[in-house]
Design a protein around this ligand. Structure first.
Ligand code: TRP
Ligand code: ZN
Length: 469
């Protein structure tokens, strides 16, 4: 989605004089697309002027040399007349770029790969971009100190992308406001495996190398794309009326994860009951070693865990499939919409499985007696809908205090309407994007007789600890 400002168009008369006829066969000349989409926390992420509909990534990785060779075939639609556009790509060498089959000029500045097609693109036009690239992909350190991007592991690699790490392994429109379907084919030395999002469509070995072709049919934000390369014990099953489950576990984590992963069918069923129909055509998990990443991530259809997860973490990452993956934040400011729901899913699981009620969890957090957070005051550091900076988008106000906002809504409307709201929210914005204003408007529409102003002003947007629980 483009939010870049258009320049004042040059008049047609001037164009006709200034340009040779052959250069303006498309009418008014295009202008360059923007180099970001004005995200309040990551201003350079994403690009203006086009919308990606599909990524076809063909990757080959050699863990011994840490060398990646890639071809990205990007299908996009111009949302403006374009003379040039940017892709985000961090590191790596770009060998060749074509647009609609013709060589394109390109140059690089930081994470911006600027592509100047041979012919201007018309607003509304669907076009194909092919980028050939290679090199050693980078690991990056987030503003909050966590590591993401292309992580090296003991037996291969692990690609994680929240919030911006996916630009270390493929060029694209790396902002959650632009979702697309994906085909990711990864070739690795025979004996290793490559796991990614969606369904394994094809696997073949030739000349000592094995290719794994993954098809992610439903729209996906690039931060939810993953590739895990290494040795995995794979279990393929189905649940419900045939939903495929693909679980890949590092052999060293197998014993510790067996019992918890066996709960996937039960958790999925419970989440469908609470959140509505599962939005994707496959599910599963990837369990790597604890040291491979310091955290779990809700990568689409196949969340990644840093070692055997506990049940609540599994509940959390699977809940993200509805809240975050299917209903995706329009900007990183709306991150609480992901984490509040996934955290509240843990509270509900607890409540339904003999633990504290959600009310009790809420009260303990308010009173400062909860074990869910280290520093009890940390949840009051800033309002969920307005993180203090990019370094804090994954802090307790976004998670626990965000979940408290949902609990305040439940207190006000009662259980029946509350479950209607959380299911309706997932259904209304299924496979799309939403922001905080969309959410508050949706809640108000579902309970038109209630006044939510205090909840929004004190709990969602207000500074400090609200005076009353
Ligand atoms: N989204 C992850 C979760 O809650 C946590 C996380 C990992 C994260 N990396 C991040 C949050 C980067 C914000 C930014 O399961
Ligand atoms: Zn989360």
């Amino acid at each position: 989605m483009s939010r870049s400002a258009r320049l004042v168009p040059v008049t047609a008369a001037f164009l006709a004089l200034a340009l040779p006829l052959t250069a303006c066969d498309g009418g008014v000349h295009g202008i360059p697309g923007g180099s970001g989409v004005s995200d309040p926390y990551f201003p350079k992420a994403g690009n203006g002027g086009y919308d990606v509909t599909h990524y076809g990534l063909t990757l080959s990785y050699d863990p011994a040399r840490r060398h990646l060779t890639g071809t990205a075939v990007i299908t996009a639609r111009a949302t403006e007349d374009l003379s040039a556009f940017d892709l985000d790509l961090k590191g790596l060498d770009v060998e060749k770029v074509t647009v609609e089959g013709r060589d394109a000029r390109f140059n690089r500045a930081g994470q911006e790969l600027t592509v100047r097609p041979h012919d201007d693109l018309d607003k509304g036009e669907t076009f194909g971009v092919t980028v050939r690239y290679s090199g050693t992909p980078e690991q990056i350190t987030d503003p909050d100190g966590s590591k993401e991007g292309w992580l090296r592991t003991a037996d291969g690699a692990l690609a994680l992308g929240e919030p911006t790490g996916s630009m270390t392994w493929f060029p694209g429109n790396h902002h959650p406001s632009d979702k697309a379907s994906y085909d990711i084919t990864v070739t690795v030395p025979k004996g290793l495996q490559a796991v990614s999002n969606g369904q394994l469509a094809h696997e073949s070995t030739t000349g000592g190398r094995t290719s794994f072709a993954w098809h992610a049919a439903e729209p996906m934000a690039s931060y939810l794309a993953t590739v895990a390369i290494g040795h995995y014990t794979v279990k393929r099953t189905t649940i419900g009326d045939g939903l495929p489950v693909y679980v890949a576990v590092d052999p060293k984590q197998e014993r510790a994860s067996r019992t918890v992963l066996a709960k996937i069918p039960e958790i999925m069923e419970w989440e469908e009951l609470n959140f509505g129909p599962y939005p994707f055509s496959t599910t599963g998990a990837i369990v790597d070693r604890p040291e491979d990443a310091g955290y779990a991530l809700e990568t689409q259809t196949r969340p990644v865990f840093n070692g055997a997860p506990d049940t609540e973490t599994l509940v959390h990452e699977l809940a993200h499939q509805w809240y975050g993956d299917s209903v995706t934040p329009k900007s990183w400011q709306d991150m609480w919409l992901n984490e509040a729901f996934a955290t509240y899913a843990e509270w509900l699981w607890r409540e339904d499985h003999g633990g504290d009620s959600a009310q009790r969890t809420f009260t303990k957090l308010y009173d400062g007696t909860s074990d869910d957070v280290g520093d009890p005051d940390a949840i009051w550091a800033f309002p969920p809908a307005k993180p203090s900076s990019a370094a804090h988008i994954s802090d307790p106000p976004v998670y626990q205090r965000g979940a408290m906002v949902l609990h305040k809504i439940r207190q006000k409307v009662g259980d029946d309407t509350f479950y209607d709201i959380i299911q309706g929210w997932a259904a209304t914005h299924r496979h799309a994007g939403a922001d905080t204003a969309d959410f508050t408007a949706y809640v108000e529409k579902q309970a038109p007789d209630e006044d939510f102003d205090k909840i929004w002003s004190d709990w969602l947007y207000g500074k400090g600890k609200p005076a009353h629980p």
